[in-house]
Ligand binder design. Sequence first.
Ligand code: CMP
Length: 139
Amino acid sequence: AIERTLSIIKPDATRRNLTGRINAKFEEAGLRIIAQKRIRLTKEQAEQFYAVHRGRPFFAELTEFMASGPVVVQVLEGENAILKNREVMGATNPKDAAPGTIRAEFAESVGENSVHGSDAPETAAQEIAFFFAGIELVG
Ligand code: CMP
């Protein structure tokens, strides 16, 4: 089925000017960028977005990092977009990421791993609504 998923290009990647190379990976995989904006999250916004991870040992590190510089939030659309995006990103830890994936090529560590992608249809819908109004999604 045609799905939509929420993608974030993280501060480590915007800092190294990798936005275009990461977007090329999405587009080459058949994912269409139907919404996109560059924003700077506050720590409070990062904590709200990652609320499911509150209590994990890396929560403070994660939310401080996500607020440390610009991010590009985007909605990707395509056949099986949620799983396809996860394949293009590669494993969370770049040491485990398959060759050719975004994290294998660009990620610096498990924390500074260049991209985030929704993990399931329910979270995709929630995460898209966190950043975008319906009128901003242009399929
Ligand atoms: P993401 O897909 O954005 O969702 C939660 C994030 O937590 C994950 O990617 C990682 O970047 C981050 N994360 C997971 N494990 C660790 C860890 N051990 N140390 C720091 N960050 C982590």
